[in-house]
Design a protein around this ligand. Structure first.
Ligand SMILES: C[S@@+](CC[C@H](N)C(=O)[O-])C[C@H]1O[C@@H](n2cnc3c(N)ncnc32)[C@H](O)[C@@H]1O
Length: 352
């Protein structure tokens, strides 16, 4: 096994003064993943290392990935404490198979992904993910590329409507985008509170509202800026390529758009489509996963009471069969076509 302790990492950054991230559905994740001594598992979303620690404790080696340079810096003490059993790499989980091969593994025993943002990202006002405190309208996990401010200040109104409507599942997207485009004529939207107040002004706020009216708009921008749905779809296919027969793929998601992708993937890979009595089964593609538990698993009430983040969590998992991986085919996911959203009036907001 390669010695991971010699792997060099990116920038050193401190992550002080933040709430620790509580790993969601850890018990359920471990029971699906079954990590054991001698195995190698990919933790595709290292975050604060909650899953990674537990997998290491079970005796397995871990290849941990995160696209956020802060998460990589903060994880260095864990790398040093585990004497070659943990490789922590900055990168995107859509490349998880290439990252594992680069580390000397043609196949691995498990892949786990805990999709979304970490508490550390949300709690740092300067990262711009939250409307609870004021910060620059940023939302870039990688800290490079197009920011949320670029999107709201330069994209066409119709593109903003599509992004907020589709990725935020916001029924009032058109009213919000109209207000954004009017407001930016006077001065650009620069901070999280600028945008949160604008959305609140458009939608109003009832004292009984359980969530802030800007929640869906923020979700949409975050998903768009970080290309989160494309990343997830590609990561599922990458996991199929790198898992050994009997290897486990375990995915935890936090909203319906993501859960739908995972469900579609497992349905496509693990279920035979029945032909009619008179016709042969049309779909003869080999099944690459076996589902031992149908449907999504939710967090227990006890966990949801302790950690409100767990309330919306959904876990799905499958066991890799020995069938060859399928060719890449994004059409099974029904990803929204937001390509047009790259066109901006000024040209500055061209999508990556
Ligand atoms: C919910 S947190 C993971 C928390 C982790 N399971 C723990 O217990 O500490 C999600 C992490 O995934 C990272 N992430 C999100 N999208 C990613 C992607 N496409 N590639 C790599 N990392 C990603 C985020 O930067 C964040 O740190």
């Amino acid at each position: 096994m390669p010695d991971f302790s010699v792997v060099t990492v990116t920038k050193e950054r401190a992550m002080n003064g933040q709430r620790p991230h509580i790993p969601v559905m850890l018990e359920e994740v471990l029971s699906a993943l079954t990590p054991a001594s001698g195995q190698c598992v990919i933790d595709a979303t290292f975050g604060a290392g909650g899953y990674t620690r537990a997998i290491l404790d079970a005796g397995a080696s871990v290849i941990a990935i995160d696209r956020d340079p802060d998460a990589i810096s903060a994880g260095q003490s864990l790398v040093s404490a585990h004497d070659g059993k943990l490789l922590l790499e900055q990168g995107r989980f859509s490349n998880l198979d290439a990252i594992a091969r680069g580390a000397g593994f043609d196949l691995v025993d498990g892949v786990v992904a805990d999709i979304g943002v970490s508490s550390m990202q949300i709690d740092q006002a300067q990262r711009g993910f939250s409307f609870q405190s004021d910060g620059p309208l940023d939302m870039r996990m990688e800290q490079t590329g197009l920011s949320a401010a670029d999107v709201v200040n330069t994209f066409d109104r119709s593109d903003l409507t599509r992004i907020i409507g589709i990725l935020g599942e916001e029924r009032q997207a058109s009213r919000i985008s109209a207000e954004i485009t009017q407001r930016r004529e006077k001065r650009p939207l620069e901070t999280t509170l600028d945008l949160a107040k604008l959305v609140e002004n458009v939608l109003g706020r009832h004292p009984k509202d359980r969530i802030h009216p800007a929640t869906r708009t923020f979700q949409a921008l975050r998903i768009y800026v970080n290309r989160e749905l494309d990343e997830l779809a590609n990561a599922l296919m990458a996991a199929e390529r790198i898992l050994r027969p009997d290897g486990r793929l375990v995915v935890v998601t936090f909203h319906s758009l993501e859960d739908r992708l995972v469900k579609r993937f497992f349905t496509d890979r693990a279920e035979t489509k029945q032909g009619s009595r008179h016709l042969p089964i049309a779909d003869d593609k080999s099944l690459t996963f076996e589902l031992r538990k149908r449907g999504a698993i939710s967090a227990s009430k006890t966990e949801s009471d302790i950690n409100p983040r767990a309330r919306s969590a959904k876990l799905r998992w499958g066991v890799r069969t020995d069938a060859a991986p399928r060719d890449d085919d994004l059409s099974i996911f029904g990803l929204p076509n937001l390509a047009r959203a790259g066109k901006s009036t000024s040209g500055r907001g061209r999508a990556r």
